[in-house]
Design a protein around this ligand. Sequence first.
Ligand SMILES: *Cc1c(COP(=O)(O)O)cnc(C)c1O
Length: 355
Amino acid sequence: MSSITIQKTANPRPRPDQSRLGFGKYFSDHMFIMDYSADKGWHDPRIVPYGPFALEPSAMVFHYAQEIFEGLKAYRRADGGIQLFRPWANIKRMNESCERMCIPRLDEALFLEALDSLVRLDADWVPSAPGTSLYIRPFIIATEPHIGVHASSSYIFCIFTSPVGAYYAEGINPVKIYVETRDVRAVKGGTGHAKTGGNYAATLRAGQLAEKEGFSQVLWLDGVHRKYIEEVGSMNVFFKIGGEVITPPLGGSILPGITRDSCIKILESWNCHAAERLITADELFDAAAAGRLEEAWGSGTAAVISPIGEIVRAGQRETVCGGKIGDLTQRLYDYLTGIQWGKIADPFGWIYRLD
Ligand SMILES: *Cc1c(COP(=O)(O)O)cnc(C)c1O
């Protein structure tokens, strides 16, 4: 029997217009909550109406950023059913983030049950229009009211959901990016491989400037040598150069993306090996100048696959694939989203069906 109690909302809210969902603007009727205290451990798992928390101003998350999160999606199939994409991988990664951030681990079976129960209860918030899905945001915050730097003794684990449209309003048009040379998002030994809010806070300044200059993302370089490419915006990155598919290796400063891993496995199944190797910005721009940079894309749950159409750094501007989406990028996008929306059979065992 489930240990999750359910308190249904007395005031279901109107469903947003599916043609104007945007990304992350609307929130479903319910959320999952569970508390942690030193004496009880994780306890009182429950689903309640979506709404604000009451926290003390001294809650440690506000001061020391002890926080982690995840992001995954529920997809509506053509037959009306609902499915999640690789939820086990998000659950595992959340526990790895817990480890880095000194947060007590979650029970994996209970986490999956929480996802299942919450999405089931708010099933009619899972949109059905093409390209839409229900974004699921699990997170943990440190709640102990205490000024002093140490791991919190109390936490809240919460999951809420948001019906979303395509991440980029323009559709999967190739984006323009530039190489960020002042700020870095992470360094080895830091928290770059954990999904924690602080990593994002560090990226805001560069992101803001990029946007002002008409770019949608920045290309991050490693924090030590300032020459190896790490990620693009908040996505992992892939390049196809002279027939070789390359993605930077996970080395502690890169977030181990589930979409990244899915791309690698799909490519492998197509007999196309993706090399996980270091690549410098010089190599990338030299290849582009020589006409050998065939395709480039970012990968992440929100946008899935985001083709890169132009790369820019001081004094150099290069178009990728004529500013159009490349063949391999398009094929990956179609195949991966096909599996996610249940339009194509899933040979990998990645789909968790809610029915
Ligand atoms: C979440 C995230 C990604 C992508 O991970 P997915 O599991 O594919 O969604 C990439 N980079 C950063 C910094 C992230 O936080």
